[in-house]
Write a protein that binds this ligand. Sequence first.
Ligand code: RRO
Length: 315
Amino acid sequence: DLTTDLGHGVLLPNPVLTASGCAANGKELHRLEDIAKIGAFVTKSVKRDPQSGRGTPRMAETPSGMLNSIGLQGPGIHAFVEHDLPWLRSVGARAIVSIAGESSAEFAEVARALVAAPDFDATVAAIEVNISCPNVANRGLVYACDPASSAEVLRLVVPEVPRSTPLFAKLTPDVTDITVIAEAALSAGAQGLTMINTLLGIRIDTERMRPHLFGLTGGLSGPAIRPVAVRAIWQVYAAMRAGRIPTAPIIGVGGVRTGEDALELTLAGASAVQVGTAIFNDPLAPWRVARELGDLLHARGIPRYADVVGVAHDH
Ligand code: RRO
């Protein structure tokens, strides 16, 4: 039984989701396999206005991961609500919509427009509040690097969203103590956490002897950051167990490519797991990872996925 509970009545039939930004808004992926069968489809972060993103090149490969500096390219919330959300509904997908903004007021505005959409109740299982994009200069600040800024975004978004739609704050690993940010987001009303966004990096082209990415820095994803994700989930889950911060469901993300990887994040404390960069090499990865995870639990005689969440802490 792969059912997982994300709180506030949100039950997913399986815990394997897509990661934001890695499969746009689902249309290409759905040509290959039914996205209604994914635990939930997580959309590319959407802002208020259409956005073309950063200059190119904005991708760089490394031996164990990928660096991106997309810069929040997207259609804006009004086109999203008009085209993407009805499409997600028409194929029966459970969607987690990722929202972003360059001010806390913009986050609230995006949330308001999303909640007002005719397809909202039928389609949106949860909202991911992306306070951790490394590629947008909010006057040099990534919200999730600062507890007060993280709390401010959540405080403005919470009143816009019905209680039945949990808000997951997406955190960055680029902080000294991620439990401080987790506490700020949860105390300001986030009902769950997604960990982690990409890790800030730079690549230099040794032929040209210049930085490779047009925007200089990018976010590192893929196998390289899996131990960082496991560490972040571990620290926050441990703080919850110890009663140091409020308890809430965690969605794990970072370098998951196999069912075993998904199990690792789960054992650290994640109640669901997103597959991101792996999709670029294997578009069917989310479905495969769910199958592998099921087989792995079955082979170990574990009847329910929910029984292994965080159990590595019982040592
Ligand atoms: O669009 C991006 O450049 C981007 C975003 Br919003 C994010 O949250 N994480 C990332 O690695 N890239």
